[in-house]
Ligand binder design. Sequence first.
Ligand code: CA
Length: 717
Amino acid sequence: MLVNWIKIGLTTGCLLAASACSDSADNNEAPAAVGFAEVDTKRILETSPGAEWLSHSGGYDEQRHSPLAQITRENVSNLGVAWTYDLATNRGVEATPIVVDGVMYVTSAWSLVYALDARTGAELWVYDPAVDKRVAVNACCDVVNRGVGVYDGKIFVGVIDGRLEALDAKTGAVIWSTVTVDQSKPYTITGAPRVVDGLVLIGNGGAELGVRGYISAYSAETGKLVWRFYTVPNPNKAPDGAASDTAFTSVGNISWGDEGAWVTDGGGGTVWDSIVYDHVGDQIIFGVGNGSPWNRTIRDPAGGDNLFLSSIVAVDIKTGTYKWHFQTTPGDNWDYTATQSIILANLPLGENGAPRRVVMQAPKNGFFYVLDAETGDFISAKPFGPQNWAQGLDKNGRPVENPAARYGKASFTQLPGAMGAHNWHPMAYNPALGLAYIPAQEIPQAYALDPLWKSNPSKWNTGTDASVDLMVDLPPGMIKFLRSTLKGRLLAWDPVKQEARWSVEHENAWNGGVLSTAGGLVFQGKINGEFAAYNAENGSKLWSEDLKSGGASGPATFEIDGEQYVTITTGWGSGYALFAGFAYDEKVVPTIGKVVTFKLGGTARIADPELAYIERTVKTERFGTAEQLQLGLVQYARNCSVCHGPVAISSGVLPDLRWSAYGGDGDAWQAVVGEGVLADAGMVSFSAFLSAEEIEAIRAYVVAQAHNSLAEEAPKN
Ligand code: CA
């Protein structure tokens, strides 16, 4: 029997016992806090980012550029680990911490919240919202969380199951908890709340399955809903009695037909990440996600622009009333969200080079946009990487599409793919140098119409079929070839000239968010674990450290008692790791998440992950007719691949089905897939979507992939 091994991380003692795993390097004195998160809008506007990091991206303009300059190009080589802290989960970690009054507030997978002494990493409290693990099946892109908001002594967290909760900053006790979604629908929350003038702003996700997107404002004091703005019309195009009503009667409703899957499946348009407060215009500017289903011919056969999908929208802060919008991808057909980082800045784009307040975004569709912040007027856009879906933009910034990109039954291989030319990993902007730093990537994708599609908003429901070009037995070398098409880079972009200043090429896509500092540095983690500091002017690498886990989240920096710290959360998971297992296979070690904090002269170390080994053996002989295997391929692609990876290669976040013992036993396989015996672990029953015959065909396909993998890896004589 062919045997080899894959490494996985142990998830033993630290799970749900985080305190036992704290690895503080320094003393454990209580923080010198005068209060706990006594933050208001004035304090954020006037002081952050500075010594503290009070809002998700540092300050309300979300530039992720700190004025701290103790760590410089000259001394960054002395940067060392100050402390590490083990989070209580082993899934993807995407959080940027908040640092206030000497305390760091951070989140991990499953929406857990942690309060730590920011100088030492000593744990003050941990809050577990006790999520029912079955909600994991609604999470397109892992059960991640990107961080908390703080205000008036409270910590606000959006929970993966749709709750918004306020915790006592001192103790972690729940002050209020409100459900922000219809929990019978596949909504999730992964984004960080923003808090402005006593209002907590939160959106949601779920457009890959079937929901109607919106953003809500809740009272920070009471948890009561203040306003809500829907991004897709009411299915009847009737008023909702919501803040968005005037937007739909003025411009939104006519951009949708009266029929199509959007009427039953919600239409999408989820506001799952970027929400920015523009204090100059007293407005909230947010990014809107893709259409649901992705495929517009199914979603809305009339073929309209489908406002406000894939748009940047501005609304009044107090009432949520519509002010302006700019749609980056009219009639979205490809999961081209415009939810990526939104940054506000003054650029010399006014008359005679006068400062003009602008909105910048590098959304999934591959163009870097500069808009007027007051009016939403299009100023400029240019592609920041290779793309083949548009021939260019017209003078209003509307794409001139490549007709082939409106795919049918035949596939079109497109750049960017659904993972985007830039995803959630936050970009930064250095106002002194006038450069934006984009975690850019190339992940091509073949799109084709799903001929078997039937509306089913409780599962992966995009109207596209990824299996059209696949074969049960891929030609030798195909996986290696697919890997070679995946690229990532740190790109320094001049938003005035709309051109690249420099770039650093990475080994793979899906690299980390960016931090810019007045020390002339740009910090970025990589998915392979390297955390590096680059010269902000030319991209030369000045320092790096091995995080020993994935470094995808946005770093933050702060200063306490005259010392500057840089911190990043680490972990293995999130959308790409779940989906693109073929990009890694044996290379990445999933392990518990950590907070890793650095300072000049730090001498602590990052513990090596504890490793276990899974036997890579086939669990049964190959079986199934060609017809059965083809059925298995199609149903695997439609139901399983988004979590367990295309061609059944998992990245290790979730079980690699090729080596699963269940694969060797048809009855056990039926019990898991059909009856849901592992539902508590997040693997719910698929009996509503798959017949017993289809479930068995998937097993035949998975077993065939196990045999193929070992044959390809075996030494050739
Ligand atoms: Ca999406």
